[in-house]
Design a protein. Sequence first.
Length: 199
Amino acid sequence: MAYDRYAAICYPLRYGSIMTNKACIQLILTCWSMSILSVAVPAFSVSKLIFCGPNKIDHFFCEFNPLLKLSCSNTHIIQMIFNSLSWIIIVGCLICIAVSYVFIISTIIKIPSRLGKRKAFSTCASHLTVVGIFYGTVIFIYLGPSVNIPFQQNKVVSVFYIIVTPVLNPIIYSFRNELLRKAASSLAKRITMQCFCRQ
């Protein structure tokens, strides 16, 4: 998405030649390959562990850290590998997004008309909102100091990136549609008026 926004705003006349079907397939395959690799390495590591206690995971899905807590083996090296992988993937993705938005913002600043600037910023606002929600929770869970964070709090934050972010995605992206914005605004006014009338 960051690369798509970068191509659309920085090179609007060449967008069709940059974002070809081949380029889209290459981006998708790169994302899938990184995702598979980032899951395969911890899964392989966990498959080598010995589990000898009560095999009940204290989580609402099969998360890596709760699995490590169930193991009788020494998990120090696996935890280090997982933490290193988390840092590389999360920070690497954030750096790519940040670099693309540095170019985007520098291009937007050069746009002479105020309307053009507003349109360009509105194109990026939905993506930045989703990125902020998703990476904020992921950083809190995987890159934060896990010693000081209560495990129950970790479970609550996990709900955000597992459930809330995917639910919010279509809502946030659909607010770029002007008709939907007007409908939401009129609905909010109608609800506000009904609340005042009852009082």
